[in-house]
Ligand binder design. Sequence first.
Ligand code: ACM
Length: 637
Amino acid sequence: MSYRVELAVLAEKKHFCRFGLTLHNLSDQDLTDWHLQFIIDRFIQPDSFTHGAIKQTGSFCCLTPDRTVLPANQHYYCEFSINTAPLRFYTDGLKDALIIADGGATQHTVTLTPIMLASPYREKSELPSVEPAALAVIPMPNRIELLDGKFHLTTSSQITLQASLAEHAATWLQQEIERLYQFRAQTVGQSDIIYRNNPTLDEGEYQISITGSGVRLEAGSRSGFVHASATLLQLIDHDEDLSTLTLPYVKICDKPRFKYRGMMLDCARHFHSIDMVKRLINQLAHYKFNTFHWHLTDDEGWRLEIKAFPQLTECGAYRGANHPLEPQFSSLAHTYGGYYTQQEVIEVIEYAKQRGINIIPEIDIPGHCRAALKSLPDLLVDPQDSSQYRSIQHYNDNVLSPALPGTYQFLDKVLEEVADLFPSPWIHIGADEVPDGVWLESPACQQLMQQHGYRCAKDLQGHLLRYAEKKLRSLGKRMVGWEEAQHGNKVSKDTVIYSWLSEEAALNCAKQGFDVVLQPGQSTYLDMTQDYRPEEPGVDWAAVIPLENAYRYEPLAQVPDNDPIRKRILGIQCALWSEIVTHQSRLDYMIFPRLTALAEACWTEKSQRNWLDYLARLKGHLPLLDKQKIEYRPPWK
Ligand code: ACM
């Protein structure tokens, strides 16, 4: 350990923190002509910096000290401030640091000491101890009756299809039984599991009956059969040598509470491999989700091959020292990135379809577009625009211009390829977090405003989104976007709004006549920490979301049952933003088991939901997660 950096909170108030940063040169060599790179999520006030200067782009900071030599066994110290909420978790501190010395000729890795927090949370949540439930089904079926007796699947059991709609569901069941229990049902044998058509059942609805004569799964839709398979998989018990699988006698009548049950995964901030994406989609099917929202583009990465613009992935899929996109969030010393080819995407779509899951791709515009702007500067950058702005993640160059012809050429080609690639009837165009101050100093934007009588930037944003909506409609697609998509009042009520800031915003949009998907950050953002201990990974800007809070999320609690506005609320989505999600085990830790709690908010009627009952089922269910090596956060520590 030759170099070590320490960050300590010196003082803090509601919207202010002062830090002291110390870099120790523990080597026996002087550092000469050096600077320090480091990663921090918060915006450092540039004029608050002592003993040097700081340049920050996103989370990437470059500190130039006020002296060019740091002698062996000496330290360098500086102070700086941020004007946001106090830090409570170790993952709020520095994520990586790197010394560049000898004018750029050498680099040295730096050991990080966990941040010295001034006031970490003192609270702690503990779960009541419960006995594991005998029937550990999650989400809770709306009617389930346990009967006396057990049915045994044996090596001569066969899955029989009496419904063509059940083909995917039966294949998935067979694959999962084999994956989990190394147990293969026969192609010819005893018809112990029968999938049967029942046209009286609605979309997603299913029934299961397990008696002495075997297992009967009934549905009237492909999705209903997949959900039936998911429930069956959770009912299976096995003996030690796995030669027999046991199922309890039960009768289940079940159907979804909400039509839309989704999960969003951000693959831009960190890249998640195709295998990780498939693994998650498979898990979503186990908990009866029906939508995977694939966040494919953002400031820090463009992850989808676009044949018309190979630069988007040649350049925009990678970050690093010698790249137009600086390192962000992790990994200063190495180039970081990756993208999905269209062929890979086709495979994922098929994989998801077999599990009853629709994939909605998101191309986030007009904000969150830095990777695209850096990849296609000739097309997308307005050289006359001298507007000053800072986005929520501290960029001053991440917004498409509604006044450039190149923007529309870009949108046309990208949306055409996306619409062609994804069978989903919905395409998500983002629209979130366009920063204040954008476009004000662009002569072209000002001219566009005058031409149309627009009064503010929101009108310009609406202008661009209305274009995107029309383009998507011409491609046979419905536009969906974050709640800011209706800013400027230009898109039609056909656009579906995903509300994320509050339920109030959702209800306002629903009142205006928009269909709405609920994704409130306070309950459904899985990048929020799961408890108050400083070791918990995550952020807390929306909330800390312990398992109980995720479980207790009850949408529309204040809206009367007969209020027609309810019809506009299509469902619920949870989301994992990936700034801190660098690898599979972190992804598992953030998602599980909260995903199972939120699955129940999506699926199970309010009257059937009960926290302690869920906990007992979760306890009974954990061995199934262990079996799959899912590295969930242990609920009982
Ligand atoms: C969002 O969290 N910016 C949708």
